[in-house]
Design a binder for this molecule. Structure first.
Ligand code: PBG
Length: 336
């Protein structure tokens, strides 16, 4: 009688035993829902002019500004590790008010792209399209007084995107958060004969405190004000869906949200609503938090990196831009 009662107890709902499937590594691997693959990771690279030049970036451990030849070597290393792509950011020798050098065909990004393309590296070549690294004032668009002039910025972004496509970019990634930027890039690319170049849109990009290390790397801290009149309020999720919708309608091939860890809800919502590939950018401040805590011995670096990337993919990202792409690819390969 006693036996019978116990048997009934363990089979009633609420007395289930999820721990059965956690008993040993092979069982856990069998039922794992999310796997991170190096092929879905994209490594940001900062490119400067010259030859054999390398400038360490204090706030982004393990990352440096690289001249095109060294950027090529790094892209080749990433390709060997099985990393899916590189995302190039340029830091020009000279900045001006209009960010002219963003579209300079001889600038560091087109230069590096041409070298990477010539090597036929088995890795996707993506180029960020924005003016903030190229303007003296550090804003992502050009100025009309202290106002960021949206529509006057669009042709400059289109010219930069076209220069990168011409140099061999598979993907151009507009990140300026100007209204209509995807709609400006698509016909400009098509008209210039680059109908095959994809657009990965930074669609939902919050005005975030987590971009500071990047701005140190790119020298793109705004000289006055902030980016809140063009980047989104982190409080807004419905508006994020609207931004994604607009970019899809303007012809984006890939939609992206950033930062990643503060946007997991947006990734999950976007995954349900859009069938386009979805990207997430684990930004510089997210990486810096992990590095800083790991350096103090407060968290396990590898565990924190893999857990955060897994959560980003679980939430719905197909593609993750991450400063940990090379490390992660190495770890995943060794685990095989
Ligand atoms: C350019 C751009 C930024 C980032 C990606 N593209 C900086 C910014 O908006 O200030 C941030 C990336 C990072 O923090 O890793 N507009």
């Amino acid at each position: 009688m006693r036996e019978l009662t116990r048997t009934r107890d363990v089979t009633t709902p609420g007395a289930e035993r999820p721990r059965r499937l956690r008993a040993r590594p092979a069982l856990r691997a069998l039922v794992r829902e999310t796997r991170v693959d190096p092929a879905q990771l994209v490594a940001p690279l900062f490119v400067i002019s010259g030859h054999n030049r390398r400038q360490e970036i204090g706030s982004l451990k393990g990352h440096a500004r690289l001249s095109p030849d060294l950027a090529l070597a790094e892209a080749a290393r990433l390709a060997r590790l099985g990393v899916g792509g590189v995302l190039l950011f340029g830091i020009p020798d000279e900045k001006d008010d209009l960010g002219h050098s963003a579209a300079d065909a001889a600038g560091p990004v087109p230069h590096a792209l041409r070298m990477m393309k010539a090597e036929q590296l088995p890795i996707v070549l993506a180029a960020d399209v924005c003016l903030c690294e190229y303007t003296t004032h550090g804003h992502c668009g050009i100025l009309d007084g202290e106002r960021i002039d949206n529509d006057a910025t669009l042709p400059l972004l289109a010219a930069a995107a076209t220069a990168y496509a011409e140099a061999g970019a598979d993907i151009v990634a507009p990140s300026a958060m100007m209204d209509g930027q995807v709609g400006a890039l698509r016909p400009a690319l098509d008209d210039a004969g680059f109908g095959g170049t994809s657009i990965m849109a930074y669609s939902s990009k919050h005005a975030s405190a987590f971009y500071s290390p990047f701005r140190e790397a790119a020298g793109s801290t705004p000289s006055f004000g902030d980016r809140k009149t063009y980047q989104m309020d982190p409080a807004n999720g419905r508006e994020a869906m609207r931004e994604l919708e607009l970019d899809a309608g303007e012809g984006a091939d890939i939609l992206m949200v950033k930062p990643a860890i503060t946007s997991l809800d947006l990734l999950a919502r976007a995954r349900d609503r859009f069938d386009l590939p979805l990207g997430a950018y684990q930004v510089s401040g997210e990486a810096a938090m992990i590095e800083a805590a790991a350096e103090r011995g407060w968290i396990d670096r590898r565990g924190a990196v893999l857990e955060s990337l897994t959560a980003i993919v679980r939430a719905g990202a197909d593609i993750v831009m991450t400063y940990f792409a090379a490390d992660t690819a190495g770890w995943l390969r060794a685990a095989r």
